[in-house]
Structure formats: C-alpha cells, structure tokens
Design a binder for this molecule. Structure first.
Ligand SMILES: [Zn+2]
Length: 144
C-alpha cells in the first residue's frame, strides 16, 4: 500500500516536471516501470549475490527485501534523471523570435512574449498572435 502511494507520488512529480517543460504526461509512466523494474532487478541481484556467498545455505528473505528496496529507489532516481534530461519544448514568438516554453500546468495556452509583449496563443503546431483589442479600437475607423 505504501509502495503504491510512493509510485503515485513519483508519477505526479514527473508529470509536473514534464508540464513545466511543455510536455505531456506520457513519460511519467517511467515512474511505475522504473520503480517496479528496479525492484525486481534489485531482488534478483540481492538473492544472487547472497547465494554466491552463502554456498548452498538458504538465502535470507530480509536480504532479498533490502535488495528490492534499493532497486526500487535506484529505479525512482533513474526516472527522475531521465525526466530532468528531457529537453523542454520551445516555441518562438512570430514577432521577435524570442523562444519560450508553455507551462502546461496552467490551463491557458496564452503567453505574453517577454521581449516584445505580444500576446500569443500556442496551438497544436503553431504560435498565433492574439489580436490586441485595445490597439485595434484605437486604429479603427473611429480612432484618433
Ligand atoms: Zn516577441
């Protein structure tokens, strides 16, 4: 039970880091895969090493358990390292070329360019300039 909570916590931590890089949650599934994979490898390694040392005597289950826990921790650390190394998705401002990453944690797909202050909206494969209503009103037929 505790382990499931740990995997869920790791999964949501990875999902958050991915969202800040403008990426979907797909790679967050490394959390359960690496955790459980590391656990199995750790248990097998622990049992194997112990069996080699104990020369025919029964292997202690506690040592296998310690191997499994260490393996799970290594797997969790590896999944964090992979997500850390994944590059962020960069978009470019169509006005000035300034690059930015859209934080998917926010529900809005809007972004204000840091350099030229243009309001942008990130669509599936394009960055679109959001028309400035105030500017349009001033330059319209009734503007000064
Ligand atoms: Zn810009």
């Amino acid at each position: 039970m505790l382990e499931i909570l740990g995997i869920i916590a790791l999964f949501s931590a990875l999902k958050k880091k991915l969202a800040r890089k403008g990426r979907g949650k797909g790679l967050a599934f490394l959390a359960p895969v690496f955790w459980i994979g590391g656990e199995v490898i750790g248990a097998v390694l622990g049992a194997t090493l112990l069996a080699m040392q104990s020369e025919g005597q029964p292997v202690s289950t506690a040592a296998v358990y310690v191997g499994a826990i260490l393996g799970a921790l290594a797997g969790a650390a590896a999944s964090l390292a992979v997500i850390y190394l994944v590059p962020p998705i960069l978009h470019a401002c169509p006005e000035c070329g300034e690059e930015f990453t859209l934080n998917l944690e926010k529900t809005s797909r809007r972004h204000t360019c840091r350099r030229c202050k243009t309001t942008l909206r990130v669509e599936d494969n394009a960055v679109v300039i959001v028309p400035d209503m105030k500017k349009r009103a001033v330059s319209g037929p009734f503007g000064a």
